[in-house]
Design a protein around this ligand. Sequence first.
Ligand SMILES: C[S@@+](CC[C@H](N)C(=O)[O-])C[C@H]1O[C@@H](n2cnc3c(N)ncnc32)[C@H](O)[C@@H]1O
Length: 384
Amino acid sequence: MAPKSSPTNILKIIRKHRARSDRSSISRSSVTRVDVLGALEARDDRNGREDEMPVDSQGGTYYPLGMFGTDQTIADRFSPTERIVVYQGDCLELLRHCPDELFKLVVTSPPYNIGKEYEKRLNLDLYLSQQEKIIRECVRILSPHGSICWQVGNYVHKGSIVPLDTVLYPIFSDLGLTMRNRIIWHFEHGLHCTKRFSGRYETISWFTKSDDYTFNLDPVRVPQKYPGKKHFKGPKAGQYSSNPLGKNPGDLWIIPNVKSNHVEKTDHPCQFPVELIERLILALTNEEDWVFDPFLGTATTIIAAILHQRRGAGSEIVPKYVSLSKRRIKDALTGQLRTRPMHRPVYDPIKSGNSLTRPPWKKEADEGIPLFQDTEISGRSTAG
Ligand SMILES: C[S@@+](CC[C@H](N)C(=O)[O-])C[C@H]1O[C@@H](n2cnc3c(N)ncnc32)[C@H](O)[C@@H]1O
């Protein structure tokens, strides 16, 4: 099935909304509706410059949007009547303008205090006290039925690691939140360490504000391992035992991180993959709910929100990432943003017949042996 965000589906949605809005005579939208159809059909507008976009009276930029059925503005400031807000500046400034208890989900990946280009390395206590101020505000704006997901890795100092989720946990629990899962996000690519095992996972700490929280399992179920399995005894003996909608994805998520070959890669050093946030948004919010990301980066959170008819707001302090965010949001709105689809199996180079999986130093010895049959790599069988 084509993903919801595929150009084909978006064209269908736009045509449906065009028919609907033709009946309801929406002002201002007719020219841009035609434009978006042209853009989608031609698919050649990927280099459109920000300064060529139409601008509204408050300085926001309008984008024609099939998904929501009307043209959209990327607003510079928060208002509950908006759908998409990208604030350029410090997250605490944006948070101060957000009302209490409006947001269903706050999801973010904060700076890890490891000296990336967008952060100043701080003493760990100072870093934690700054995080505490931001988390406190995020809890204030969170709906009583809402969730906070804080995605972090390790702080590293002189070769010693501090898993940030462990030191951040007391902040969330002291603010009265309840932890529901500590999700392990596993990926294959990253730095190769020489004095410890290379880090290949990070965590998402998921907290809720109350026991009455939104949790939709069905939209995020994954295929069953044994869909043909049946009950073998009891009153249901002989009937299929597994849920045909799929199984609970569990708390170990294997999702490729955004490195050089990833279809979503931009100039930002550490983007979320969109599919990671799509799963959280589908499970923890409903359509039309507000999602917030204080450390927006390249707007992955807002993009995942748009793809699933939610509203998104966030702040980013570095102007070049704000421009990048707006460009990506615009591409998402017009169906031109390429994202890795949810549920696509992780690339397996051996099954795919990638010739690089054959160790060159074994070439002669293996002559005559089929290339991808039960190859031994580093002493571990890769068969099956
Ligand atoms: C780990 S990155 C987030 C990347 C993001 N998840 C994405 O998918 O692109 C953290 C981002 O927070 C931004 N940032 C750092 N301090 C900030 C602050 N006080 N307010 C707003 N943004 C900030 C950085 O510039 C950086 O882009």
